[in-house]
Design a protein around this ligand. Sequence first.
Ligand code: DHK
Length: 150
Amino acid sequence: MPKGEDMKIFVINGPNLNMLGVREPEKYGKKTLADVEREVRAYLEDRDAECVFLQSNHEGELVDMIQRAYYEGGAGIVINPAAYTHTSVALLDALLATSLPTVEVHITDPDTREPFRRISYVREACIATVRGLGTDGYTEACRILLEALI
Ligand code: DHK
C-alpha cells in the first residue's frame, strides 16, 4: 500500500444479494444491499479504510472482482459468495491466487439449513467465517479483517 493512502477493503457480494430487502425477508432481513453498503462504508471509513463494495450475479464476474482486489492493491476481502459458496472451485482458486486475507460472511447460518448449504468451498481460503448474524455480520467481518491487518 503506497504511503499515506487508506487501506482498501473489497466487499464482494454474490448472486441474489442485490435483492436483499425483497428476498425472503424472514431469512435475510429487511435491509437492502444499499443499506448494508452504507453501514459497511461508514464502519470502514471511521477506521480510515476505503471500501470498494461490489455485487454480481455471475460467477466469472466475481472471479474478476477478486482478481481486481489483488491488482488494485486491496489489503483484504470480505466476501459473501451466496449460492456460489457451495459450488464454486473457481472462487476458491481466485481467493487462493490473490493470497489476500479474506473473511467469509453469510447473513443466515447455512450450517443449520439444507444439507447442500453445509459445504463451503471458499472457507479453505478464509481466515474466518461470520454466519447467522443477519446483515450485521458484514461489519463483524470487517472488524475481524481489520484486526488481522493491523
Ligand atoms: C446467501 C445465499 O444466497 C445462499 O445461497 C447461501 C447466504 C447463504 C447467506 O446467508 O448470506 O446459502
